[in-house]
Design a protein around this ligand. Sequence first.
Ligand code: CTP
Ligand code: MG
Length: 230
Amino acid sequence: MRFWAVIPAAGIGARMGVDRPKQYLTLAGRTVLEHSIGPLLAHPAIAAAVVAIRQDDPWWPTLTLRNDARVHTCAGGTERADSVRNALRHLLERGAHNDDWVLVHDAARPCLLAEDLERLIETLKDEHIGGLLAVPVTDTVKRAAGDGRVETTLPRTGLWRAATPQMFRFGPLVHALEVATAEGLLVTDESMAMEHMGHRPLLVASSARNLKITHPSDLPIAERYLECSL
Ligand code: CTP
Ligand code: MG
C-alpha cells in the first residue's frame, strides 16, 4: 500500500484577479504552490506527487520544484475534478493500485500544517474509504434569498467547512469521479464524488490556518501564518 499526492494546480484564479494564477504568487519567499506541496513532500509516507498544470503554463518551468524526482506533472482539465482525474490517470501509468491512498491537496492551500497532515494520515490509514481535513463552523450560518435578505438561519451543529488534503483509496476515487463525470454532476471536491456513491467520508479536524487563497484579502493572512512557521 502506497500514498500518492495529487495537486490540482490548473486554475486561473479568476476571483483573485491578478497577473498570474494565485498558486504562482510569492508569499514569504516561495510560491503558494511550493508552500502547498511542501508538507506532502516532507512526509515520509508519500511516494510521489502529480501536479496538474494548464497547458502552456509559463510559470511552472521556473520552479526548482520540477527538478524533484518525486514530482511529476500532467495536463489540467476544464474543472478541478477534471484536473484530478487526469492526475489519477497519470498515477495509473505509474503503477498505482486500487488500495493505494491518494491525498488530493489544492495548490491554493499553502498553510497546511505538518501536524494536520500527520493526523489525517494516522486517523485514516486503516479506514476502508477515507476522509478529509475540515474545519468545524464557528459562525452562525445564514442562507440568503435572491434579494440578499436572510431566508433562514442554519443550525450550526454538525456543519464543517471542507478543506484538503482529501484522502481516499485510489480505485474507489477513480470510480467515483468517473461516475460523477458520466452523470454530469459537478463535484467541487473528492468527498462529494464519494458521497454520491453512498460512501461516508470521515471528517478530520484541521486547523483553521489551512485556508484556501481565493481573494486578495486572503494573501496577508496566509503570509502571516507562513512567516510564523518559518
Ligand atoms: N484547479 C485545477 N483545475 C481547474 C480549476 C481549478 O486544478 N480547472 C485547482 C486550482 O488551481 C486550485 C484548486 O483547484 O489549486 C482549487 O480551485 P479554486 O480555489 O477555485 O482555484 P481557481 O479555479 O484557480 O480560482 P477561481 O475559481 O477564482 O478562478
Ligand atoms: Mg475555481
